[in-house]
Design a protein around this ligand. Structure first.
Ligand code: SF4
Ligand code: SF4
Length: 452
């Protein structure tokens, strides 16, 4: 099997974001292979932990993938302030005689946005709604590269996950858990210091807010979950997520002062994409009055280029408005009307790009998260849950198809869901030894064997 086939068999998907199957990305040749170790979102430290703990695996994994892509430039991009991680990488690069550049980034948000990393490393801007490969780059994150190394060297499939738990907990923890472990069990392992908590899956800017305790009970760890934030029910981020769209539209109409800070600080605008959230905010009140398709596109078409990074609503807007959510809403309206604006395939970064970077510390203060900032997980705890519920859909595309039945025994690393070959999909494997208790199209429940 070649590298892409091994990666496909192992069920490796992008370990952050939406879970794009990695084998598809590897079906290419590229000038650059870039590892995104910038850990974009405030408070998350999973990539940092993995970089300094598994520096050798990361470096050797980069060498494997770069060779496969025939990339002439292998780069690992991380924040310049990550001294311990840079030292670990430098040592490993020297030991393994690797040709890998360490690219030191400033501490700003969103440093870990794939398109921003590509612009910073290569000087080229990815086309609107495009892929890094269009400018000769393939980007992967830390856990993905380590997963590739493990798959090639030891046949290890993706069946467990490193993630951090931060916020209202005794102290932040790093966990290693089988995929399918209950999110509640992960939170309990970090000893929450409040009982009536809400959570964010992922980071505070782009993560998913879960404010219903009953829903938290149903959640399990999947291939893309790298962090859980535990917060009080009345925290600013929880409250902000609960404001309805009608209210947001009304606020835009009555309170937007057209200062255009949302546009000027927008990372996509700064990479030359056509996006001007202040115009969408100016016109949102008359959305229902515009029937003409061309007129609708003229007023709201920019919204399709929004990455939903959240900077405009969490930092830039002095009036506390929500251009991101209005853009998300408008994307839906554009789809409904069948409008797909033309893409700018040759965007150029604006001269102001370096001056518009938002320092992460200031963002953290604005998010009311300063009390959790600077606290670090010191050790990694390995959880061994009695039962796991392995989802069949942990990736972009079609869910995997279960290949086990209730009553079957299953081993660690064994295939339990086969990628649906009729479309984009990914294999799913089991992280514990035990018996299959239940199989539904959504997932497979496995109970740990007593002797395991
Ligand atoms: S969320 Fe706001 S800042 Fe981010 S890309 Fe969209 S408009 Fe720009
Ligand atoms: S930053 Fe806020 S007030 Fe200023 S133009 Fe944008 S939405 Fe309006």
């Amino acid at each position: 099997m070649n590298l892409a086939e091994i990666v496909k068999a192992a069920g490796i998907v992008g370990a952050g974001g939406a879970g794009f199957p990695t084998y598809v990305k590897l079906d290419a040749k590229a000038e650059y292979f870039i590892v995104n170790a910038a850990e974009c979102e405030p408070l998350i430290e999973t990539d940092k932990y993995m970089t300094r703990t598994f520096a050798d695996k990361l470096v050797l994994g980069i060498m494997m993938i770069s060779r496969h892509l025939q990339a002439s430039k292998a780069v690992i991009a991380l924040k310049g302030k990550y001294k311990d991680e840079i030292k670990a990488l430098e040592d490993s690069i020297a030991k393994n005689h690797a040709q890998i550049e360490i690219f030191r980034m400033k501490t700003f948000y969103p440093a870990g946005d794939e398109q921003i990393i590509v612009q910073q490393v290569t000087g080229k801007c990815v086309p609107e709604r495009g892929l890094p490969l269009q400018v000769g780059a393939v980007v992967s994150n830390v856990a993905t590269v380590i997963g590739v190394y493990d798959a090639v060297t030891s046949g290890r499939n993706v069946c467990d996950k490193y993630l951090s738990v931060v916020g209202e907990v005794q102290e932040p923890v790093m966990l290693k858990v089988p995929i399918g472990t209950s999110v509640r069990e992960c939170i309990e392992a970090a000893h929450p210091v409040i009982s009536d908590y809400r959570i964010i899956l992922g980071g505070p800017m782009m993560g998913k807010v879960i404010s219903d305790a009953a829903v938290i009970d149903t959640l399990v760890v999947n291939k893309t979950l790298g962090n859980i934030i535990v917060l009080p029910a009345d925290h600013f981020l929880i409250k902000k997520s609960q404001v309805g769209m009608e209210r947001l539209k009304h606020q835009a109409r009555s309170a937007c002062i057209q200062c255009r800070m949302c546009t000027d600080l927008c990372p996509r605008y700064q990479t030359g994409h056509r996006i001007r959230p202040h115009l969408v905010m100016r016109n949102v009140w008359r959305e229902g009055l515009i029937e003409d398709t061309a007129e609708f596109e003229k007023n709201f078409g920019d919204a399709v280029n929004c990455s939903s990074c959240g900077l405009c609503e969490m930092f830039s807007c002095p009036m506390g408005l929500s251009p991101r959510r209005v853009n998300d809403y408008m994307k839906g309206k554009l789809r409904e009307r069948g409008i797909n604006p033309e893409k700018n395939l040759t965007p150029m970064a604006r001269e102001s790009i370096e001056l518009s970077k938002v320092p992460t510390d200031r963002l953290i203060a604005r998010l009311n998260l300063s009390k959790y900032n600077g606290l670090h997980a010191h050790t990694c705890i390995e959880l061994k849950p009695e039962e796991i519920m392995i989802p069949m859909s942990q990736h972009i595309g079609k869910p995997a198809i279960p290949v086990k039945q209730a009553g079957d025994m299953v081993e660690i690393n064994e295939l339990v869901g086969r990628a649906d070959e009729t479309g984009l999909s990914a294999n799913i494997h089991c992280g514990i030894q035990g018996r299959v208790m239940e199989v539904t199209p959504a997932g497979i429940k496995v109970k740990r064997s007593k002797e395991a």
